[in-house]
Design a protein around this ligand. Structure first.
Ligand SMILES: Cc1ncc(COP(=O)(O)O)c(C=O)c1O
Length: 363
């Protein structure tokens, strides 16, 4: 067996022990003679998986019964619509902080609705989203329904390191690319959502962490499937769930717990990011990180080489060296290394060594 170092932005690398356990249990889960994929979602055994995954996420997030964890479908993209459909009503205004194309998409979905107006509370678009807005730039509208942020900008390579100060206004976060990659002050959020496919499992399940008291304010005049309360009441079993993906999330979150929880995860992720940022900063200008120093992402590291030709060569040689998935997003080009939870320090060291060799040959 030969596994590569997989720097894909998502779906992304998964912990090897988790894949091995899934492989072991694939044909016969816990002596039941069938795979989780073949099991009824109404069975006690599946319900146990669902409940265990929910409990682990709550434990890792450090929240109690005042929060709900939901396993939904439709990705973060459906959350762009579900958040305003549920919470933009009564003349209130959806406030959005724009930090990249994913936050633009979130805003764009809210503006499609006639239920409530929207407002851009801050934006770094004029600076090509190369930094996170400062808190003194924040201008909330009157009567805000919520403030929406993107905690980590997968394409631009920026990340919020200090949350914006929004007082009593519900804070909503798209945490698609950094959920459970560091401790997060869950109590500051009214709602957090993320697809599992970067830090927590395979594609197919979307995790929503939602404050119970805010749930009471959600709209009930929209289709049942789009109401958070439908899924909360049904314990994420309103209809057939993406059961195998939830099972994998349960295994990955167990792996996070077994490896010291979120503080230890953050420490490892910082160390990994440091290895790559050092390779950029020590390259004498060969590699150029365009992101403002205080906004650098720990999970998606973007950089450029002196020419697009060299970037192509870098990607091709990296692939031959077993370092894959490094192509920047098609909208911005360049190189992007995604260092989600399951990427090892060795993988980052291998990439940094490759980067140093490449400079020596081409710098
Ligand atoms: C920050 C962010 N938000 C939203 C999305 C879209 O997620 P999905 O494909 O799960 O709809 C992505 C996907 O990469 C993302 O990185």
């Amino acid at each position: 067996m030969s596994r590569v170092y997989n720097f894909n932005p998502g779906p992304a690398t998964l912990p090897l022990p988790v894949l091995e356990q899934a492989q072991q249990e694939l044909l016969d889960y816990h002596g039941l003679g069938m795979s989780v994929m073949e099991m009824s979602h109404r069975s006690k055994d599946y319900e146990a998986i669902n409940n265990e995954a929910e409990a682990r996420i709550k434990r890792l997030a450090g929240v109690g019964d005042d929060y709900r964890v939901l396993f939904l479908q439709g990705g973060a993209s459906l959350q762009f619509a579900m958040v305003p459909m549920n919470f933009l009503h009564g003349g209130k205004v959806g406030n959005y902080i724009l930090t990249g194309s994913w936050s633009e998409k979130a805003l764009s979905e809210a503006t499609r609705l006639e239920s409530g107006p929207t407002h851009v509370a801050a934006s770094s678009k004029d600076e090509k989203y190369m930094r996170i807005p400062r808190s003194d730039e924040l201008q909330l509208s009157d009567n805000p329904a919520y403030v929406h942020i993107t905690t980590n900008n997968t394409i631009a390579g920026t990340q919020w390191h200090t949350l914006p100060e929004v007082g009593d206004v519900p804070l909503v976060a798209d945490a698609s690319s950094d959920i459970l990659s560091r401790p997060f002050p869950a109590d500051k959020y009214a709602l957090v959502y993320a697809g599992a496919q970067k830090n927590l499992g395979p594609a197919g399940v979307t995790i929503v962490l939602l404050r119970e008291s805010w749930l009471q304010e959600a709209a009930t005049s929209i289709p049942a499937f789009l109401q958070y309360s439908t899924h909360a009441k049904a314990n994420s079993l309103y209809n057939t769930p993406p059961s195998f993906a939830v099972y994998m999330v349960n295994l990955v979150t167990k792996w996070i717990e077994d490896n010291g929880g979120l503080s230890a995860t953050e420490e490892r992720n910082q160390q990994k990011a440091q290895v790559i940022y050092s390779a950029i900063d020590m390259s004498g200008g060969f590699y150029r990180g365009p992101v403002a120093a205080d906004s650098r992402s720990m999970v998606n590291i973007v950089f450029r080489l002196p020419s697009e030709e060299l970037e192509k060569q870098f990607l091709s040689e990296a692939t031959s060296a077993g370092l894959v998935g490094l192509k920047g997003h098609r909208s911005v080009g360049g190189i992007r290394a995604s260092l989600y939870n399951a990427m090892s320090l060795e993988g980052c060291e291998a990439l940094a060594a490759f980067m140093q060799d490449f400079v020596q040959q081409h710098g």
